[in-house]
Design a protein around this ligand. Structure first.
Ligand code: SF4
Length: 355
């Protein structure tokens, strides 16, 4: 074993993060945690992970679960295609692999939602396959350690990092090696601001540290600006009932429930006079188109939600209507009892307008 590998593993043995999925790293546990950890912070995942496992403790239970059940368990985590793919892959595991999660990165990649990184993480941690799981953390550590000056968004960077770490991969502890690098990237070789090199087991081997150039790498090209959408959101209710809408089965927030909303044609901010006028006109048009008569209308505070490629700037209205009868059979609209509201998965984008 190379000396720097040993040093990293010794550091990991002493400093590793204690995480629920690491304590019992079955293939299902590792797989579920890796999917949840994509785009989501470790701290936020812990609670969801425990809740998900309690409801769906193994791959057979996940495969047998209905859509509303697994979407509800994912509610608030965002990027819902992750759980749809997880479910689809669980069905494949039951049907094509006799209920056994495949044990190599190559086979794992054939399952929905499992890309190169996730396949390598599961294969190395749960099955001991020596394969490097290169993600943003590992790329950053690699770029600093070697003073890699090309863009890390370029596929060549991933290949270079993969080769670099594979050369140092210990045959007997591939999962720990990958997790040690993940921990190093997440807790010491930090992404934003100064890394804590004084705590790094590689401080005297690191090119960036030697040159005092830790903040010059990794090189990341500037991101494109997100598209902004101005939306009107309606919290429409009557007595003990509320109006929801089901989103289409594909695209952003596919298949989830939402408060009915409209895309505003203009780009006026919610607070401008033109923005307020436009919002009210859209609300009136919505009510008229659906045969709804308002009893009271209250504006709700403006809210924002940021997705990866789009930002919603929302204007909300609380509207009590005389009756919801005109929209009872008009899918995708759906009249629900307030007592049952918890059963519907409503994405966090609408948190500001929750009833
Ligand atoms: S010495 Fe500093 S910059 Fe280099 S790998 Fe360690 S934490 Fe990162």
């Amino acid at each position: 074993m190379k000396n720097d590998t040993k040093r990293l593993l010794d550091w990991y043995d002493a400093e590793r993060r204690i995480l629920p999925w690491r304590e019992d790293p079955t293939p299902y546990h590792v797989w579920l945690s890796e999917i949840m950890l994509q785009q989501t912070r470790v701290e936020a995942v812990k609670e969801y992970y425990a809740r998900f496992l309690e409801a769906l403790p193994d791959v057979a239970a996940l495969a047998a679960a209905d859509e509303d059940t697994y979407l509800k368990l994912w509610e608030g985590l965002g990027y819902y295609s992750r759980v749809r793919n997880l479910h689809k892959a669980a069905v494949t595991v039951m049907e094509d692999y006799g209920g056994e999660i495949p044990g190599t990165a190559k086979e794992l990649r054939k399952l929905s939602g499992i890309g190169e990184y996730t396949a390598a993480a599961i294969a190395s941690i749960a099955f001991g396959e020596p394969v490097s799981s290169v993600d943003g953390n590992l790329l950053r550590v690699f770029a600093r350690r070697t003073m890699y000056r090309e863009s890390v968004k370029d596929p060549a960077a991933k290949k270079a990092a993969y080769d670099y770490f594979m050369e140092r991969m210990p045959e007997d502890r591939p999962g720990d090696y990958n997790q040690a690098l993940m921990d190093l990237g997440a807790t010491v070789c930090l992404p934003n601001g100064e890394p804590e090199c004084f705590r790094c087991p590689w401080a005297d081997l690191c090119a960036a540290h030697e040159q005092g150039a830790e903040l010059e790498v990794p090189v990341v090209p500037a991101k494109k600006a997100r598209r902004v959408e101005h939306r009107n959101v309606y919290r429409l209710h009557c007595g003990n009932e509320l109006l929801l809408s089901k989103r289409p089965d594909t695209g952003l927030l596919a298949g989830l429930y939402e408060y009915p909303n409209d895309l505003k044609p203009g780009d006026h901010t919610a607070r401008s006079a033109a923005g307020k006028r436009e919002a009210k006109e859209l609300l009136d048009a919505f009510l008229e188109a659906h045969g709804l008569t308002p009893v009271s209308v209250f504006p709700l505070p403006a809210a924002r939600h940021i997705f990866s490629h789009v930002e919603w700037h929302m204007t909300g209205f609380d509207v009590e209507v005389e009756s919801l009868d005109s929209v009872r059979e008009t899918a995708p609209l759906l009249v629900v009892s307030l007592a049952d509201l918890d059963r519907y998965s409503i994405p966090a984008a609408f948190d500001a307008y929750k009833y």
